[in-house]
Design a protein around this ligand. Structure first.
Ligand SMILES: *[C@@H]1O[C@H](CO)[C@@H](O)[C@H](O)[C@H]1NC(C)=O
Ligand SMILES: *[C@@H]1O[C@H](CO)[C@@H](O)[C@H](O)[C@H]1NC(C)=O
Length: 463
């Protein structure tokens, strides 16, 4: 249970640092680009003294839901019909009440990363998950007409903001929702306000009013008319965060809305699960100026017709300890999404099997194999620490030579004391896709130069 204890230890640090988080955002800004500190939600949850402890099985279950969501976006069932998005009373309604989970049953959103932002005038502050796999930003909003889950910060009360506005159903922003959320907008008959709805996985769902207000990123960096969803019904896998900041490539995403001022680019470094907040902690930086701070190796973003908002890259080979895993170049012709919201990297079966075999061949000389756990089928007797000396470097190599060179902390995950697994899994057998998950991106700086259609990697970005 070493991870468990580490999480609790970091809880103390999180409390100590929570007061300075916002000021830190401002200090970072002075270095280059516009920086927000980025944290792992496991820290947020322990900071709250949650009654539901972190479990890997919850995390993996949620991760599978997220992967299913990405699958559904790649297949044709895009136009997910949500019945009753509008009703004569003007109330927002979503799926049948039977699907509303009990508060205690909401799994922790334990695989994701969040930043702190302010919304409204005067600003109210929130912990928001960053998601490159979706575009519309939203947060829970009073009066929570249907349902809001528990969150760390007081829920946003739009009536107390002097600058809050909703959009009429006839607005162009309302018409843009279909492209951003894959769902047609609804219209409140009572108020004529535009109603959005978005689904993320089997259970995750948000619906509410398309709105606009002042977004405060740092005390000196604000966006006067930020378009986002004011969620009146929010169910599922968002943990104790207030909502999501969408960084997808779509005109309603936060990125696009900030691009006029900062340029159409961002970069981030995801800290490890158990890192203490520190000066080398994670960050999200918006703007083209953040791309020049490190020697990034870039690969071209691949465009997929009809899926312009997701970030696709071209994975060309994988090596283990410098040797190819022996899969023909032609076998890598599947769509590969790079995503901040999926934890464990997924690979199509033939590639996954070859990677696993190459890895086991080396590591099993020193460490005994154990039965698989949940979605991870390759486990060993040992800890990340003891195994890190023997673990071979895995490289994910992309078109043009950019690579993700994975260290032990990107390759292995310690599920319980003495059981450590290869942190890769197989994607759906039906749809061969790959998803580069956030576990494999930890501590590496990742730059999204959206304006020039490329993604780059640089090692040693944070701890
Ligand atoms: C984990 O296992 C090691 C070796 O088996 C042991 O020394 C250590 O005390 C254990 N740690 C915890 C927190 O149980
Ligand atoms: C929201 O703010 C309004 C105006 O200040 C207040 O009347 C209302 O009670 C608040 N709602 C909640 C749930 O706090």
């Amino acid at each position: 249970m070493s991870l468990f204890w580490l999480l609790h230890f970091s809880a103390y640090l999180a409390i100590a640092s929570s007061l300075i988080k916002f000021e830190d955002n401002d200090l970072r800004h002075k270095q280059d680009g516009m920086y927000l500190n980025l944290y792992h939600v496991a820290g947020l949850d322990s900071y709250l003294k949650s009654t539901s402890p972190f479990t890997f099985s919850d995390m993996f279950k949620k991760d599978e839901d997220h992967v299913r969501y990405l699958h559904s976006r790649l297949t044709n069932n895009e136009d997910v019909r949500i019945s009753g998005t509008t009703s004569p009373s003007g109330k927002v309604r979503g799926p049948k009440p039977v699907s509303i989970p009990l508060k205690s049953a909401i799994p922790l959103d334990s695989g994701n990363y969040y930043v702190r932002i302010g919304l409204g005038t005067p600003a109210q502050y929130f912990s928001m998950i960053i998601d490159t796999g979706s575009s519309l930003s939203w947060l829970q909003c009073q009066p929570c007409k249907v349902y809001c889950h528990d969150q760390v910060d007081p829920i946003f009360n739009s009536s107390t903001s002097k600058t809050y506005k909703t959009f009429p159903c006839s607005s162009p922003q309302c018409s843009s929702l279909k492209g951003s959320t894959q769902n047609k907008p609804g219209c409140s008959r009572k108020t004529g306000s535009c109603v959005y709805s978005a689904r993320y996985g089997d259970l995750s769902f948000t619906s509410g009013y398309l709105s606009q207000d002042v977004l405060t990123l740092t005390p000196s960096e604000t966006l006067p008319s930020f378009v986002y969803g004011c969620g009146q019904e929010n169910q599922g896998l968002f943990g104790k965060t207030a909502g999501i900041l969408g960084l997808g490539n779509d005109k309603l995403s936060m990125l696009a809305q900030l691009s006029n001022k900062y340029g159409n680019a961002f970069s981030y470094c995801l800290p490890t699960f158990y890192s203490a907040p520190s000066s080398k902690g994670g960050f999200l930086s918006i703007g083209t100026s953040s791309l020049t701070s490190s020697p990034y190796k870039f690969t071209t973003l691949v465009k997929f017709p009809n899926k312009p908002s997701l970030y696709f890259v071209d994975l060309t080979s994988i090596t283990v300890a410098g040797s190819s895993i022996g899969v023909a170049a032609s076998s890598y012709k599947f769509p590969t999404i790079i995503d901040s919201g999926t934890v464990i990297t997924r690979l199509p079966m033939p590639v996954y099997t070859a990677l696993k075999d190459a890895f086991v061949k080396i590591i099993s000389k020193k460490f005994a194999q154990l039965p698989g756990v949940s979605i991870l089928d390759t486990c060993f007797k040992g800890s990340v620490k003891t195994m890190s000396i023997a673990v071979p470097e895995i490289q994910l190599i992309f078109h043009g030579g950019a690579d993700l060179s994975l260290k032990a902390h990107n390759t292995l995950i310690e599920i319980e004391n003495g059981t450590t697994c290869l942190a890769f899994s197989v994607s759906s057998r039906l749809i061969p896709i790959a998803i580069i998950g956030n576990y494999q991106q930890q501590t590496i700086k990742v730059a999204y130069d959206v304006a020039n259609s490329k993604v780059g990697f640089a090692p040693g970005g944070c701890q």
